[in-house]
Every structure is written in C-alpha cells, then in structure tokens.
Design a protein around this ligand. Structure first.
Ligand SMILES: Nc1ncnc2c1ncn2[C@@H]1O[C@H](COP(=O)(O)OP(=O)(O)O)[C@@H](O)[C@H]1O
Ligand SMILES: [Mg+2]
Length: 318
C-alpha cells in the first residue's frame, strides 16, 4: 500500500465556451489518507464540482484542458484508458454522490434493484446476492428493509438521499465523494444525513471527500479541509485547527461568516465578487477583496508549507 490513498498533483480542468476558456480547476494539489474525511469548502462557482468531476473523470464534452496526476494508492490513474478507468476505478474504488442525485433516481425501478445494480454490473454478482448486499448497506444508512421494494416517488427526500448514499457504498469503494449531499434537504433531514455519514465514517475504513458551501455542517464529520477560491486552493489543513484559526484572509472571512450557536458574534460578509474564471487576475486572486493586501499581492503567491501539514497560498506567511 502506498503512503497516501489519493495524491492529486497539479490538476487542471479548463472548459471551452463561446465566451472563452473557463479555468475551473487551476493547478490543484492535495493528499488524502485512508480514513480521512476532507471538506472542500468555497463560494458557489469556485470549482468544487469541477475538481471532483476531474478526479472521477466524469467530464462534459467541452473540455479544453485536462491534465495533472492523480495517484490512487501510488498508481497514476490519469494514465488509465477510459475502459480501464471504468472497470477498475470509478464505482469500484471511488464512488460519487452527485449534486441533487436524489432527484435523479430511476422512477420505474424499485429502489433496492437500483442499489444492487452496480454490483451486478461491476462485480458480476447475481441479482440475489446483490439484493442481499443492498439490504446490508440500507441498514447502515438507516433505510428500513421494506423500503427496498418501493419506488423513488414513494420515499421522502431524506430517504431518497439515504438510498443514494447506500448506492455509493455498496461496492465498498476506498473513497466516497459527496457533492453537497445535504443542500437540497430541510434542516432536520440535513442533521439526520450528517449523522448517517458520521456513523459510516466511524464503522468503516472509508475515506470521504465532502463538498459543501456550508462550513458548519462539515465541522463534525471532517478531519481535513480545503478552502477553494477561484479555481485554486487557498488553504489546506487539519479541519478543527482551521475552523478555529484560519490563516488565509479569504478563509478567515469565510469562517467569520458562519453563525455559531454558542457565540454571539457579529457575522461578517465578504464584499465584492470572486473574479471571472475566463480571465482571472495575474496576482493573488483574492487581492481585490482582501483587506490585508500589499504590493506583493500583484504577483501570484506560492503555496507556502507551514507547520502541521498546513498550506496557505498567501504572501503574508512568507
Ligand atoms: N461544462 C461546463 N462548461 C463551461 N463552464 C463550466 C462547466 N461546468 C462548470 N463551469 C464553470 O466552471 C466554474 C466552476 O464551476 P463549479 O465547478 O460548478 O463550481 P462550484 O461547484 O464550486 O459551484 C464556474 O464558473 C462554472 O460556470
Ligand atoms: Mg458545485
């Protein structure tokens, strides 16, 4: 076994559009270990979905640039053919819960059969064996066994989301990537789903990447965090540490905009807007909105390595 489960190095994903090239993922690097739960946080449009789609090679047709290396257990899966990627990686080693996937369940197939399908297709198990395992993962996500014979429209939003998570777990992948798995749910159901995920995290040796624009929900589940800004990583570190004490001025603003139950603080908001990814600024991408900017910020800051594996893309820490 390699040292890290996943090691992403200099990953780029640009899209072609009629208005120019969108630099959605622009030189992203990070590592993920076994049993890690990594939160990817950032404002809408900063490239979170593009980043994980690049990792899972679930790409749209208008790709302009797609390069970098993605080591899974030390093996560069970017070099795999589409065929090999499909049979050896996607769904078997890494699975994906897409944004709003719970609304895309097949309406004419019973939920249990949909759950079992990846095992029939990817692991060539019989229908019977597959259904037995569907039963097992349903139990883990708190979906009652009799729900397996229902159709999607007969389930509540929370139950559909549980079914989707069970589906991502059924092939026992090393890594499950969830793209805003709770954002379409009401508060109570969000909390229930978070508890389900915490339970899975505790009981299994799986790793997670958890995308969200809601910082508060991830703080209990995730042990590591990445803050993205305009297609790049602004800061990476131990989640608990940087929820309490973020270094990057953007991360500081982001954390200060999160309401907490126990603290009666003035909530901040970040004035201005992120830059266009069609033509991002040459220097630091956050500079235009940053209260701490100085002359040097006209040049692009390097990713600085600080103590405890924390990395910050900001001249202040040079
Ligand atoms: N298929 C695509 N074609 C062109 N632009 C895209 C495509 N998908 C995403 N984008 C653009 O890439 C940027 C990052 O989007 P996305 O990864 O969805 O961000 P997030 O998930 O953080 O909201 C946005 O500017 C978005 O409009
Ligand atoms: Mg998204």
């Amino acid at each position: 076994m390699a040292e890290h489960l996943l090691e992403v190095k200099d990953l780029y994903l640009y899209f072609r559009t009629t208005r120019g090239v969108v630099q959605a993922v622009d030189g992203v690097s990070f590592i993920l270990d076994r049993n890690d739960a990594l939160a990817v946080i950032g404002e809408s449009g900063c490239g979170k979905t593009s980043l994980v789609r690049a990792i899972l090679r679930l790409l749209p047709r208008n790709v302009h640039t797609y390069k970098g290396s993605i080591l899974l257990d030390g093996v560069d899966i970017m070099k795999f053919s589409e065929e090999r990627f499909r049979s050896e990686v996607r769904w078997t080693r890494m699975s994906f819960v897409a944004q709003a996937a719970m609304n895309a369940l097949n309406p004419v197939l019973r939920v249990g059969m949909q759950m079992a399908e990846p095992l029939v297709i990817h692991h060539h198990l019989s229908k019977q064996e597959s259904l037995a395992q569907a039963m097992e993962v349903s139990r883990m996500v708190g979906l009652p066994p009799d729900f397996l014979s229902r159709y999607a429209f007969e389930l509540s939003g929370g139950m559909r989301q549980r079914a989707i998570i069970a589906m991502a777990m059924i092939t026992k992948p090393d890594l499950i990537v969830l793209d805003e798995p709770t954002s379409a749910l009401d508060m109570l159901t969000q909390a229930n789903i978070m508890n389900v995920l915490k339970g899975i995290k505790r009981d299994l040796q799986q790793s997670f990447i958890f995308i969200t624009h809601d910082v508060a929900t991830t703080s209990e589940l995730c042990n590591r965090g990445v803050v993205m800004y305009a297609g790049q990583i602004a800061e990476v570190g131990d989640a608990h540490q940087f929820y309490l004490d973020p270094f990057h001025p953007y991360a500081q603003k982001l954390m200060a905009s999160v309401p907490t139950l126990h603290q009666d603080k003035e909530l901040e908001f970040i004035p201005g807007q992120p830059p266009s990814l069609l033509d991002p600024p040459q220097g630091c991408r956050f500079a235009a909105r940053c209260e701490k900017r100085f002359e040097k910020c006209d040049q692009e800051p390097p990713m600085l390595e600080l103590e405890d594996g924390r990395r910050v893309k900001c001249w202040l820490y040079e």
